[in-house]
Design a protein around this ligand. Structure first.
Ligand code: BES
Ligand code: MN
Ligand code: ZN
Length: 511
């Protein structure tokens, strides 16, 4: 999808669709919407009076304007409802942009021109509005059709929105807006890439294929360096926890690492983003029930998001060093699978009693964090579809956040707010921590039913030690069951844009 910024008058554009907007409760539209209304014989006002246009959030009314071509350029007007003026924020604008882009696609049109929602009387910064429009348009029309050889539905054949022109009257603001659009396009495209990686079926998106996808990312992104390490390398490094998970599968495990060096003079100015990369989680010998197992192709969503985020970060090129890391493997119950009650030794020497092979994410992340620290990580964020506990605790409105460092977790939460992705911090209390004590080893990999998401986070925290660290549990937020706003059914790509924003914010702090 391409975005163009034009400073001019929307009534004079020659585009297929002009997108304007209306707050609910407004009876005589002002600003650009008012100007369009005048140019098309007050059709908008008449439809408001008739009750067809109410301005409710996610309402989109299409008006054909061919009769008005003497003083109006576009063939159609799409009036997008903004809802109540006081509840308009960037989340709402992203959703409106998604609704508009889907509507445009449904009528088989590939180009549209839009005004900046909320930038007038709404009081929203024009650049922020533009970013939200870009994110909503790209992510709201995301589709995954790789395995559809034919489509029964004609509307599915539509190309969809190819060029969206954003109108800003003030030419001085246009250049700021151009930068913002460029940045958010990279972020949204990265999040769409993360969705793709997750949506592929697990027989295709094996650890080997995920490594190939990371190689494609590195090849197409100047400034990203790829390193792939093999099982033998993991053995040499003593990654017994990760290898224990991998041993039940015929698919070779792959350690995927992408490096972006944005601050070559200060190696310590770094952030490691570490994603759980279980390309299919059957549970291993602690086999999952068959109902719901099909969702476990998404167990590499954390890995997908860090690989995708690395791409956008390298493209935007902030002054910070970023390493994305994913220890990819399947969790399978093959003949070589680890047993329940096995004891494995992580890279830092800690012994772990494996009391449930389905608690595999924390085992792979244990070695991932050891590797990160050993290789100079100064700040770490891990992203994992880690526990059913977080699904019950927070539902789909927030991802869980856990941390040993107030500053880093607050930076992450605020980065998420900027991108409309919500994180809720949960405690790492000593009571829960004790639940991970093993009778015969340093730790066990299950802390029982109580505070399950917290004990899992504590387990990972044992390997973060004193390095500032945030753990994000995205078990509920990685997938969506519905098309709603910027989310589409299947993978969400969460928290790719937040990770990119965090890198930008940390880089800005430092300079
Ligand atoms: N990948 C799952 C967690 C999960 C659950 C992700 C639901 C997405 C949706 C994880 O590996 C797992 O199996 N966790 C278990 C651990 C338990 C056996 C200690 C859980 O949370 O039930
Ligand atoms: Mn599991
Ligand atoms: Zn898992």
């Amino acid at each position: 999808m391409n975005f163009e910024i034009v400073s001019g008058d929307i009534t004079q554009q020659t585009t297929a669709v002009a997108v304007v907007n209306l707050f609910s409760g407004v009876t005589s539209p002002g600003g650009a919407t008012g100007a369009v209304d005048s140019a098309i014989g007050s059709t908008i006002s008449k439809l408001i009076e008739a009750g067809e246009i109410k301005g409710g959030a996610s309402e989109a009314t299409l008006i054909h304007t061919l009769d008005h071509h003497d003083n109006f350029g576009p063939d159609r007007v799409l009036v997008a409802g903004l809802g109540k003026a006081k509840s308009l924020d960037l989340v709402a604008i992203r959703n409106i942009a998604a609704v508009v882009a889907r509507r445009v696609r449904s009528i088989g049109v590939t180009e549209a021109t839009t005004i900046l929602h909320g930038a007038g009387i709404g009081g929203i910064d024009p650049s922020d509005s533009a970013e939200a429009i870009v994110e909503g348009s790209i992510l709201g029309t995301y589709e995954f059709k790789n395995y559809k050889s034919s489509s029964e539905d004609d509307a599915d054949q539509n190309a969809g929105l190819e060029t969206l022109t954003i109108i800003e009257l003030d030419p001085q603001k246009a250049s700021d807006i151009r930068d913002a659009v460029d940045r958010s396009t990279k972020m949204a495209n990265a999040e769409a890439l993360a969705r793709d990686l997750v949506n592929h079926p697990p027989n295709i998106m094996t650890p080997t294929r995920l490594a190939e996808e990371a190689a494609n990312v590195a090849e197409s992104t100047p400034g990203l360096k790829l390193t792939i390490l093999e099982r033998a390398d993991a053995e040499k490094m003593g990654m017994g926890a990760y290898l224990g998970v991998a041993q039940g599968s015929h698919e070779p495990p792959k350690i995927i690492r992408l490096d972006y060096v944005g601050d070559p003079d200060d190696a310590d100015n770094n952030l490691w983003i570490i994603g759980k990369g279980i390309t299919f989680d059957s549970g291993g010998l602690s086999l999952k029930p068959s109902s719901g197992m099909e969702t476990m192709k998404s167990d590499m969503a954390g890995g997908a998001s860090v690989i995708a985020a690395a791409k956008a970060i390298a493209e935007i090129a902030p002054k910070i060093n970023i390493t994305a890391l994913c220890l990819a493997t399947e969790n399978m119950p093959g003949g070589g699978a680890q047993r329940v009650s096995d004891v494995v030794q992580a890279m830092n020497g800690k012994f772990i009693e494996v009391l449930n092979t389905d608690a595999e994410g924390r085992l792979t992340l244990a070695d991932a964090l050891c590797y990160a620290r050993e290789n100079g990580a100064k700040r770490m964020v891990d992203v994992a579809t880690l526990t059913g506990g977080i699904v019950v605790a927070l539902g789909k409105g927030n991802s869980g956040a856990f941390s040993n460092d107030d500053e880093l977790v607050n930076a992450l939460i605020s980065a998420g707010d900027k991108r409309g992705q919500s994180f809720w911090r949960l405690p790492l209390d000593d009571v829960a921590k004790r639940q991970n004590r093993s009778n015969i080893a340093d730790l066990k990999n299950t802390g029982g039913r109580l505070a399950h998401a917290i004990t899992a986070a504590h387990f990972i925290g044992e390997f973060a030690e004193d390095t500032p660290w945030v753990h994000l549990d995205i078990a509920a937020t990685a997938m969506s069951d519905v098309d709603a706003g910027i989310l589409t059914m299947g993978a969400t790509g969460v928290p790719t844009r937040t990770l990119v924003q965090l890198a930008l914010d940390l880089a800005a702090q430092n300079s």
